[in-house]
Structures are given as structure tokens and as C-alpha cells.
Design a protein around this ligand. Structure first.
Ligand code: GUN
Ligand code: ZN
Length: 446
């Protein structure tokens, strides 16, 4: 683990959220401070607010650095659904979900039996996260426990907050990628003992989905979660109509797809369900009642042709479901959270809803932290929160610079960023109060 970070403070325009704009409106929840100071010490934010206010209480020995012109300080981005082992197979042509798993995903994941391969990919994956301002991720590893060790070891060295878990699969996958209900339980329990709550690391119990886990394995995963309720639980849910139809065949006694998990004790707070595009109203109602979350992964959904998630329906005021944002690499096509927000806008448009930039930036930060039940620790610029933040360059390309000159207000400026921006817009990424990546000098950061 890196040594505690020394005090640091940044001054410049900042954006954060104090609540959920989908429920309480942007006016009451969005804080855009044109001249803010964010001060950090020992990995936490010690001060945040208008510079004129913060300067009154900030110890005089803290050096305040102004960020570059045309910057915006935002909380570190949170990716609620991603497969680090799929980094080498991003952009695999020509298949929809179930074929894509068979043709590309499983052959690729076989290679993670080799821990050194897993480590190399984990390193590249985490660097790519930092380049894109992602400071927390909820990560699927492979069935191999050593793939989890490799990711956690690399994340710990960087001081990142990561939730991750060994994929559980005991059927409909190549023999070498299968565990059993018992071995999957035992291996996951050993990984929990080793990693859960160590520094900033959290364990996520990870049955891949109903297609690759028998009822016995889902029951074992449910028992494991009951024994370790502080862990997260992640799986896939209602991503494509073909998958939903297959679940009906595999689990004929279950009421619906969500009930496949619910009946095995796998629906509750800290459950993060990937996709959830093809859910009916009663399933959304149940997710709401259970306080579970959906990870919305628009680049993946468009890439695999899975569908367009209806976010307005998911957060409906009478039964709002927690929704976070996911890149879903490698079905997802970009590590850029800005690009992912641009696609979330398009998914909403296909459902006749215009997602505002303010709501979108909430989703990428506090909303995703809330989906992981971490909103009291990450996802906001607030004293006491962990000091993960991003300095965005609001003029990162000639076209964006030109377009920004035409923008009439802050909402329009933000919308330009999520529609046209990408990794080039990430000037600095701070992790636990330490500069972890700098666009102008990436090799100089530890
Ligand atoms: N469903 C089950 N496994 C996967 C996966 O690896 N990626 C996606 N997008 N969906 C899945
Ligand atoms: Zn996924």
C-alpha cells in the first residue's frame, strides 16, 4: 500500500452532488462552484467549498495549487460493472451475447489460469482506468482465484478502491473454466478472508449469471453472502431477450429472471445487477424493495445489440431503483466514462427521455457510488470523503474548444463534454489524495 499522502489542495471550478437529482431535482442536489478549493490529507478530503470560505479555515502551511485554465474538478468516476480479463478482447466482431461468450470470452478467460498473464492484464487495465479518471470499479475476474489475487495486488499498490470477485461458473462453460458449488464457495470464502476490507479493497461475490451457475451454485453463493453480508454481490440480469428466454428453460419454477437470484438469497442491498434492460415492472418493484442496484452499461448494450436501457423507467419516483454506470469492458467499447455517458444519453433518447448532463455526471459519480453502497465514502467532493478526484480539461480537442465557445451555460458545457469528450479530457486523476495519473506526464506518477 502506498504511504499516506501528504497534504495537498487544488483550486478551480468544481462539480459535485449532495443528493440524487433523479429524485430531488438538480437545483437541490448539484453543486457547481466556479472557484472552489478541495484540500486533502491522509487520503481524505479535509475541506471543500468556495475558495473565499475555505481559505478562512485552511491551515496556512497547506500549499494551494490552481488547476490549469478551462478545468473542472469532479469526484473520481465510478465504474459499477467491468470485466478486467476482457481487456485483451475488447472490440470482438460479429456476435451477440451468448455467441460472443462462447466464441470470444471463454477462450480468452482460459488464459487467466496463468497468474503472470493475469497480472499483466490487471496492470494495463488499471492504468487505462486511471487514464480515464476511474478511481473505483466493481470488477469481474475469471473463475481462477489467482486472477483475483493479481487484480487486488495491483490495485492495492495504487491505493485504489476496488470491489472484485472470482467468477462462479459450474455449467455451460469449458471444463477448465468450471468450478463446483462447493469449490466455488470455498475459493470465494478464502478470497474474502484474504482481501475483503483490506485497505480500500472489497470482495464481490460473483456468480456470472444463471446460464453458467446451477441452482446449487446460486444457493451456495447466497449462503456465502449471508455469512459475509458486508460483501457486494454482482451478476448479470436480463441483458438480452434470448437470455431471458433461456432462463425460463433453465429455471422453469422461478417467477421471472430476477427470482432466479432472489430465490437463492441473491437480491438485496449491495447487489449490483448488470444491465437489467428486459425487466418487467414487478422485477423493478422488487429491486426497489430490496434496495438492490442496476449497472447501466450503454456501450456494451449497443455493441452486442442487447437493447436500450430505459433509465427513466428504472428510477421512477414511486419505486426508484439504484442505478450506476458501467463500462462493461470488453463487451463495452470504451474505458471513457465521458463516452459512456454520451451513449447513456442515446439509450435514453431511444426511450424518449432526454438525460441531462447534470443527471449524467451524477450517475458517473455519486449515483454509481450509491449503487455500490459506498456513497458515504466516495463519489462526492465533501469533507470526510476519500480523496479520489479528476481534473477535467474542458477544451481537450480543437473541436471541443471551438464548441465550448458557443456554449451558453454550464449545462451546455457539460453536455458537450459527455457528447464529444473522451480520455483526452482527463488532465489529472487523484487517488486517495495522491496524484496517480497526469496527462502531460503519465510516466512520472507512481
Ligand atoms: N453475461 C454473462 N457473462 C457476461 C459477460 O462476460 N459480459 C456480458 N456483457 N454479459 C454477460
Ligand atoms: Zn458484464
Amino acid at each position: 500500500m502506498p504511504a499516506p499522502a501528504p497534504p495537498a489542495a487544488l483550486r478551480g471550478p468544481a462539480l459535485t452532488f449532495t443528493g440524487d437529482p433523479f429524485q430531488d431535482g438538480l437545483e437541490r442536489t448539484m453543486v457547481h462552484e466556479p472557484d472552489a478549493i478541495v484540500a486533502m490529507a491522509d487520503g481524505h478530503i479535509t475541506h471543500f467549498g468556495p475558495a473565499a470560505e475555505v481559505l478562512k479555515t485552511l491551515p496556512t502551511d497547506v500549499a494551494v495549487r490552481r488547476v490549469a485554465d478551462h478545468s473542472l474538478i469532479v469526484p473520481g468516476f465510478v465504474d459499477t460493472h467491468v470485466h478486467f480479463p476482457q481487456t485483451p478482447m475488447i472490440a470482438a466482431y460479429g456476435a451477440q451475447l451468448l455467441d460472443w461468450l462462447e466464441r470470444y470470452t471463454f477462450p480468452n478467460e482460459l488464459k487467466f489460469a496463468d497468474k503472470e498473464h493475469a497480472r499483466r492484464v490487471a496492470r494495463l487495465f488499471l492504468q487505462e482506468c486511471l487514464r480515464n479518471g476511474i478511481t473505483t470499479s466493481c470488477v469481474y475476474c475469471t473463475v481462477h482465484p489467482q486472477s483475483v489475487d493479481a487484480l487486488f495486488e495491483e490495485a492495492e499498490a495504487l491505493g485504489l478502491r476496488i470491489a472484485a470477485g472470482k467468477v462462479l461458473m459450474d455449467r455451460n462453460a469449458p471444463e477448465a473454466l468450471r468450478d463446483t458449488a462447493q469449490s466455488g464457495y470455498d475459493q470465494s470464502a478464502a478470497l474474502i478472508a484474504k482481501w475483503h476490507g483490506r485497505g480500500r479493497l472489497l470482495y464481490a461475490i460473483t456468480p456470472r449469471f444463471g446460464g453458467t451457475s446451477s441452482p446449487e451454485q446460486l444457493a451456495a453463493a447466497g449462503a456465502l453472502w449471508r455469512a459475509h453480508p458486508g460483501c457486494l454481490m454482482q451478476t448479470h440480469l436480463a441483458e438480452t431477450p434470448q437470455e431471458v428466454a433461456w432462463m425460463k428453460e433453465l429455471f422453469p419454477d422461478r417467477r421471472d429472471y430476477l427470482d432466479v437470484y432472489d430465490a437463492h438469497g441473491l437480491c438485496g442491498r449491495r447487489a449490483v445487477f448488470g444491465h437489467g434492460i428486459w425487466l418487467d415492472d414487478s422485477e423493478l418493484q422488487r429491486l426497489h424493495a430490496a434496495d438492490a442496484a442496476i449497472a447501466h452499461c450503454p456501450t456494451s448494450n449497443f455493441f452486442l445489440g442487447s437493447g436500450a436501457f430505459d433509465i427513466a423507467r428504472a428510477v421512477r419516483a414511486d419505486r426508484p431503483v439504484r442505478v450506476g454506470l458501467g463500462t462493461d469492458i470488453g463487451a463495452g467499447t470504451s474505458f471513457s466514462i465521458l463516452a459512456t455517458l454520451g451513449e447513456a444519453y442515446k439509450a435514453a433518447q431511444l426511450n424518449r427521455f432526454a438525460l441531462s448532463a447534470g443527471h449524467a455526471f451524477y450517475l458517473a459519480t455519486r449515483g454509481s457510488a450509491r449503487a455500490m453502497d459506498l456513497e458515504d465514502r466516495i463519489g462526492s467532493l465533501a469533507p470526510g470523503h476519500e480523496a479520489d478526484l479528476v481534473v477535467l480539461d474542458l477544451r481537450s480537442t480543437p473541436l471541443i474548444a471551438y464548441r465550448m465557445e458557443q456554449a451558453r451555460d454550464f449545462a451546455e458545457q457539460l453536455f458537450v463534454q459527455m457528447t464529444l469528450g473522451d480520455d483526452r479530457a482527463v488532465r489529472e486523476t487523484w487517488v486517495a489524495g495522491r496524484l496517480a495519473w497526469e496527462r502531460t506526464n503519465p510516466s512520472n506518477c507512481p
